[in-house]
Design a protein around this ligand. Structure first.
Ligand code: NAP
Ligand code: ZN
Length: 349
């Protein structure tokens, strides 16, 4: 075991602060990684504050991890010391159920091991995430990262990137499709970049007028203010696919109304409270309301390779570890452009 510096929340209503945790000595299939950067996902905030229930305290959040391999176990084939690698939202799964066999580890029938506030496959050992200087992860859940892209901008691809890439691929977005993205935050800005790289005609649906210029720079073809009832009326029946990344309670029906016949709205955001929808929102126009959870390991590697080929990274604001509580408040206030990324060197020394 090795003692590692980290930042943790000890309770739902307390700010994060310094915390020492124990990382295991790498076993035969393990990769030890020095963490260079870790993105700040809204899920970190929901979890640290126990907004979904079930948080295991103390919690060390962080599942957008990029770093360098510092040690490998004797059986590790795909990574070597010095490689640049990434770790996302999962650190293990059973590997043998139907979903794992189909590269859908996120839906592992025995329960995947989340990177934090979760358990390893022994269902006893608590996992601690990327707000720390190093992590040990079984080889299969370690992704290869291109050195061509700035690493701080790659970190958010490990969650925000794959979470938006996966539904765009699953619903087969192609050139000319009309895709709308709701909420311009961490996930939203990646959805805009990826959908436009896939050739879609992308509309940003936002409640924040000051984000219009940025949406254009990110590659959105249109920007529509959702707080203007006239806009929402005019846009009725427009989109093939809506990607909803909103983190707080909102009216799904208002957005379902904007779908074309047979259109699909995919929920990615996980507001803490349930929403109500009326059946007619789906019945008229034969619409579908779907959800999507991150993506499997194979698809995550495919997404990283797609981003390297297309020069896609996240737009980030780098912060030192001790600014994390401020970053949480700014994220909740919508003041994030468009992902906070922690420079983990700030935790050393
Ligand atoms: P974020 O950076 O905070 O972005 C969320 C955006 O939603 C905001 O920028 C804002 O955009 C909009 N928004 C926030 N509050 C709103 C409100 N009250 N009404 C309307 N719009 C509001 O968060 P994120 O990191 O992208 O995460 C978004 C959600 O996805 C979170 O719930 C997170 O837990 C979840 N998530 C899910 C998965 C998955 O696998 N499904 C993976 C990662 C994260 P505008 O200002 O443009 O309106
Ligand atoms: Zn996340």
């Amino acid at each position: 075991m090795k003692t590692v510096k980290a930042f943790a929340a000890e309770k739902a209503d307390q700010p994060l602060g310094p915390f020492d945790l124990q990382r295991r000595t790498p076993g035969p299939s393990d990769v030890e990684i020095e963490i260079l950067y870790c993105g700040v996902c809204h899920s970190d905030i929901h979890t640290a504050r126990n907004e979904w229930g079930g948080t295991i305290y103390p919690v060390v959040p962080g599942h957008e991890i990029v770093g360098k391999v510092t040690a490998i176990g004797s059986d590790v084939k795909n990574h070597k010391v010095g490689d640049t690698v990434g770790v996302g939202c999962m650190v293990d799964s059973c590997g043998t159920c139907g979903n794992c066999e189909e590269d859908l580890e996120q839906f592992c029938e025995k329960g995947m091991s989340g990177t934090y506030s979760s358990y390893l496959q022994d269902k006893k050992t608590v996992t601690y995430g990327g707000y720390s200087t190093s992590i040990v992860v079984t080889e299969k859940f370690v992704l290869k990262v291109s050195d061509k892209l700035p690493l701080e901008g790659v970190a958010p691809l490990l969650c925000a990137g794959i979470t938006t890439y996966s539904p765009l691929r699953h619903w087969k977005v192609k050139k000319g499709d009309k895709v709308a993205v709701v909420g311009l935050g961490g996930l939203g800005h990646m959805a805009v970049k990826l959908a436009s790289a896939m050739g879609a005609e992308v509309t940003m649906l936002s409640r924040s007028p000051e984000k219009a210029k940025d949406a254009d720079k990110l590659g959105a073809h249109h920007f529509e203010l959702t707080t203007d009832p006239e806009n929402m009326k005019r846009l009725k029946g427009t989109y093939d696919l809506i990607i909803d990344t909103v983190s707080a309670s909102h009216d799904y029906s208002a957005y379902l109304n904007l779908l074309r016949t047979d259109g699909v709205m995919v929920l990615l955001g996980v507001p803490p409270t349930p929403e109500q929808i009326h059946a007619t929102s789906l019945i008229f126009g034969r619409k579908s309301l779907a959800g999507s959870l991150i993506g499997g390991i194979k698809e995550t590697q495919e997404m990283l390779d797609f981003c390297a080929e297309n020069g896609i990274v996240s737009d980030v604001e780098i912060i030192p570890m001790d600014k994390i509580n401020e970053a949480y408040e700014r994220t909740i206030a919508g003041d994030v452009h468009y992902r906070f990324v922690i420079d983990m060197a700030s935790l050393e020394g």
